[in-house]
Write a protein that binds this ligand. Structure first.
Ligand SMILES: Cc1cc2nc3c(=O)[nH]c(=O)nc-3n(C[C@H](O)[C@H](O)[C@H](O)COP(=O)(O)OP(=O)(O)OC[C@H]3O[C@@H](n4cnc5c(N)ncnc54)[C@H](O)[C@@H]3O)c2cc1C
Ligand SMILES: NC(=O)c1ccc[n+]([C@@H]2O[C@H](COP(=O)([O-])OP(=O)(O)OC[C@H]3O[C@@H](n4cnc5c(N)ncnc54)[C@H](O)[C@@H]3O)[C@@H](O)[C@H]2O)c1
Length: 484
């Protein structure tokens, strides 16, 4: 059988049909351009099938159960335990049973062309997509090529680990049974969320972390999550590395830690960060290093290379540019970039000023994140430490979230904490972090305050309703003092 080869010319080619790629294409089409997405696996990307959605579905039932158990009468009404198979069934729905036909329908309805296959840059404004059976499509872009190929789990060079058949986020998100004993290497967001999920599902979890738990957020938040994990039966080894991992003939996995502790488990999950999906992308054709994160300028145009990129036709958005490895930030970049490519195609100058239409300023000043652990962590903008490092005149204001009337109504024994980080010179909020059950939906108020650079004296006029947990804002302001 001979393989087929096709040719296609469009205005914009997007390699990678994850949330970022889909949104770049959508905005470009809305801007009057034609767009084609090249996707080698499932349209919808890591987020839809092996990351955000399925993992949050694994966590949700346990969160509801906990909330009910925190109230005496509701708690009494709960007579059973969590049924993992029912959790997995609902998770399957949220991963669309790993079938992307719904997303493909959406692409059709949005007027975006889908080309199945592995995309490689083969020249200036040229991408070749190759399917598993060797069929190729050569795509030419009139205006731009966007790399939105995302990231994959990093398997660190720990002796024996790669041969021990470790789980990555894919096996954890798609688990069909609950291991009796689960070892997790990595105490970042994936490690902490999956420790919460599998502890609730019934695994005996042992988490090994090189750093304190959740090192990217304020220390108090990681500490409360660590305390809760321990209370729920997990074992945490912090400030140690896994140095050796072996799976024996019986299927058990044995980990040796840098402090000589031995851990035995049924499965080991690697959650030690991400690598960019750029290894086999043809980057060498434009003088870039295969396997590297793609560095971009303010317009999200890829910088470096051997001179072929000078006319600014190659862009990178989402995880692959390493600005903020979060779906909502990838989509935010995508909206700015799709509009920017359309503007440049019309001959218009993009608006790259701070907070301008085509600038992804929030990636630098207001990254938002909800960590769906037990309890949840919410964060926007700076931590006290990162504000200090950025040369800001830092003011830190803390308050006990559990002492807010709304929180004590929400759950008996509610425990939580909140911090605002102030720029004392400009008298604005530059960061906010809180930890506590059911805080996720409280994040956006903080985001608006940070992005809007709302002066502190105006924030006093944003009156939180009584008795809600949002009264934390009033208490933080009172603690800061009106004449600060
Ligand atoms: C366990 C886990 C949980 C997470 N939870 C959250 C969360 O709750 N909230 C949140 O905001 N973020 C979360 N994230 C992060 C989030 O998943 C990523 O930030 C997001 O998926 C990035 O989107 P993207 O479009 O840039 O890349 P991806 O979603 O990785 O999509 C890239 C697409 O490109 C395709 N591709 C790659 N190379 C090629 C090629 N050469 N040719 C053709 N196609 C290619 C891939 O098949 C994929 O479909 C989580 C991550 C993990 C690992
Ligand atoms: N709710 C969410 O928003 C959400 C959920 C999951 C993942 N994500 C995103 O996915 C990305 C990847 O998450 P992640 O947890 O894999 O990475 P991460 O960078 O957040 O954490 C990795 C952790 O592993 C540790 N580590 C690295 N090598 C190690 C080793 N050899 N031994 C022991 N520990 C080691 C690091 O010190 C770090 O604490 C994050 O950037 C995160 O933003 C977001």
């Amino acid at each position: 059988m001979t393989s087929t080869s096709n040719e296609l010319t469009v205005d914009v080619i997007i390699i990678g049909g994850g949330p970022t790629g889909e949104n770049v294409a959508d905005r470009a089409v809305q801007g009057g351009l034609t767009a084609a997405i090249v996707e080698r696996e499932l349209v919808g990307g890591e987020c839809s099938y092996w990351a955000c959605m399925p993992t949050k579905a694994l966590l949700r039932d346990a969160a509801v159960l906990r909330a009910a158990r925190a109230l005496p009468a509701a708690g009494k009404a709960i007579t059973g335990t969590l049924d993992p198979s029912a959790v997995f069934t609902r998770r399957d729905q949220f991963a669309s049973s790993w079938d992307d036909s719904g997303q493909v329908e959406w692409l059709d309805s949005a007027g975006i062309t889908l080309v199945r296959g592995h995309g490689r840059i083969t020249g200036t404004r040229t991408v070749t997509a190759t399917t598993d059976d060797g069929a190729t499509t050569t795509l030419k872009a009139r205006h731009a090529v966007v790399v939105a190929t995302g990231s994959a789990a990093l398997i660190p060079p720990v002796s024996g680990l790669a041969d021990a058949n470790p789980w990555t986020n894919r096996e954890a998100a798609g688990a069909t049974s609950v291991p009796d004993r689960l070892a997790i290497i990595g105490g970042g967001v994936v490690g902490a969320e999956m420790a919460s999920a599998f502890t609730a599902l019934g695994s005996l979890v042992t988490l090994v972390s090189r750093t304190r738990l959740l090192p990217s957020v304020e220390e108090f938040a990681g500490e409360q999550v660590a305390d809760t994990l321990r209370e729920n039966g997990a074992t945490l080894h912090v400030d140690v590395d896994a140095v050796d991992v072996r799976r024996d003939d019986s299927g058990e996995v044995h980990l040796t830690l840098s402090d000589d502790t031995e851990v035995t488990a049924d499965e080991v999950l690697v959650a030690t960060g991400r690598v960019p999906n750029t290894k086999d992308l043809g980057l060498e054709h434009v003088g870039l290093e295969p396997g590297s994160w793609l560095e971009v300028d303010d317009a999200l145009a890829v910088v470096g290379g051997d001179g072929q990129l000078e006319s600014g036709w190659l862009y990178a958005a989402g995880d692959v540019n390493h600005r903020a490895l979060l779906t909502h930030h990838g989509k935010y970049q995508a909206r700015a970039l799709g509009d920017l490519i359309a503007a440049r195609a019309r001959g218009d100058e993009p608006d790259l000023s701070k907070w301008g239409r085509h600038a992804a300023t929030a990636d630098e000043q207001a990254v938002t994140q909800v960590i769906f652990t037990d309890p949840e962590v919410i964060a926007v903008g700076h931590t006290a430490e990162s504000a200090e490092a950025a040369g800001i005149e830092v003011g830190v204001v803390d308050f006990d979230l559990g002492s807010i009337a709304g929180a004590s109504l929400h759950a008996d024994g509610y425990t939580g904490h909140a911090r605002m980080v102030l720029d004392e010179e400009r008298k604005v909020l530059v960061g906010f972090t809180a930890v506590g059950p059911d805080t996720a939906e409280m994040l956006h108020a903080a985001t608006i305050a940070v992005v809007g650079e709302v002066p502190l004296d105006r924030l006093w006029h944003a009156v939180p309703a009584y008795p809600t947990m949002s009264e934390i804002w009033l208490r933080l302001l009172e603690t800061a003092g009106r004449d600060r």
